[in-house]
Design a protein around this ligand. Structure first.
Ligand code: AQP
Length: 331
């Protein structure tokens, strides 16, 4: 059976970059032919300064958001990373198989550490923990946004090194990322950057919990350029192209078809059409999140059930690893 693994950090509210880049694909991958694991990776989310008091609420909000987007806990194992201790245990072993220069050159690390005076060791080790997440479940498919590709290449090379050194253990997973520009949703206020939970300008991202008014306001204020025509050109016109990308992913039409349909409009009028499409798509999801957040016991129960299922597999892999590396497995 195919095994799918992916994760998301509870660093804030799920936004449309996360939705289009990752979660919408996660939903499609759920079916009986696959074993599917989706993890809320809270240990990753503490690698940068964060508010401990908000973390638990963020975890519940992320659980509710994923379920509202269509992750079905009956079909997918939805669980909290920190509740399965084998993730950190395996990450230690993998950390012993790579070098500091290899980690220091990863683009995500360079980007995230660039603005910090003192770089936490956890940020440096982030991709090792990510590799452990994937390898622990022997995942064969990993659906992620384009920003994760280099980190996953490290996971592949760690799997190869482990297999070479200790015998065939881990499969080399296939990274499921769309090769076109739709895999990177841009920040609405600064389209040279990706939409991100932690970007300081909150108007640059649309959260899954935004009200229709918030959505309309943010789309209206989205930075485009001085050309008023609607054309799809992600390299030269990233602002309007991000609006077209999101519209295309919702409607199933290609960006070119949408340009043709709206060729008589200028960007200002086109923004209202995109905003309407986004409001229509995300209002039911937002309402479902509100409903789910009224049942924190249900959300905790989902995570508990997920933990039980994930832990069974994780323990099995860990025992295999422990015996191969020569430590004594704790049965
Ligand atoms: N703008 C984006 N376009 C497409 N995909 C994206 N993803 C994130 N931003 C975009 C994908 O969402 C999944 C979960 O991401 P994450 O929470 O693990 O971490 P991230 O990539 O660091 O996301 P953020 O929103 O930018 O969070 P912060 O600000 O906390 O670092 C991943 O598959 C990612 O590719």
């Amino acid at each position: 059976k195919e095994k799918v693994f992916s994760g998301i950090q509870p660093t804030g509210t799920l936004h449309l970059g996360n939705y289009f880049g990752a979660v919408s694909k996660w939903v499609k991958l759920q079916n009986e032919d696959r074993e599917v694991f989706y993890s809320i990776v809270d240990l990753h989310s503490i690698t940068l300064p964060y508010d401990a008091k908000k973390l638990e609420k963020n975890v519940l909000l992320m659980t509710a958001s994923l379920i509202a987007c269509g992750i079905n806990p009956e079909r997918s194992t939805l669980f909290l990373q920190s509740q399965v201790p084998e993730h950190t245990q395996l990450s230690w072993v993998l950390g012993c198989l790579t070098t500091m220069p290899r980690l220091g050159q990863l683009p995500q690390f360079k980007e995230k550490s660039a603005t910090l005076k003192d770089v936490p060791l956890g940020l440096y080790l982030y991709p090792i923990l990510q590799a452990a997440d994937i390898l622990l479940y022997k995942a064969t498919k990993v659906p992620v946004g384009e920003d994760q590709i280099q980190n996953l290449q490290l996971a592949h090379s760690l799997a190869r090194t482990f297999n070479r050194q200790y015998g065939e253990t881990f499969p080399i997973s296939e990274v499921l990322v769309q090769q076109d520009c739709s895999s990177r949703i841009r920040n609405l206020r600064d389209p040279t950057k990706k939409m991100s939970k932690s970007h300081p300008d909150k108007r640059g991202k649309i959260d899954i919990t935004d009200t229709p008014d918030d959505i309309v306001e943010k789309v209206k204020k989205a930075v485009t350029d001085c050309t008023s025509q609607i054309t799809y050109d992600p390299d030269n016109r990233p602002g309007v192209s991000t609006l077209l990308t999101m519209h295309s992913l919702i409607s199933g039409l290609s960006p070119e078809e949408i340009c043709e349909e709206n060729k008589l409009l200028d960007t200002g009028r086109y923004k209202l059409i995109v905003a309407e499409a986004l409001v229509e798509k995300f209002t039911p999801i937002r309402q479902e999140i509100i409903k789910l957040m009224d049942s924190p016991e249900y959300l905790s129960k989902v995570l508990q059930e997920g933990q039980k299922k994930a832990h069974l597999i994780a323990l099995e892999t860990w025992q295999e690893v422990a015996s191969k590396i020569g430590t004594i497995p704790n049965n």
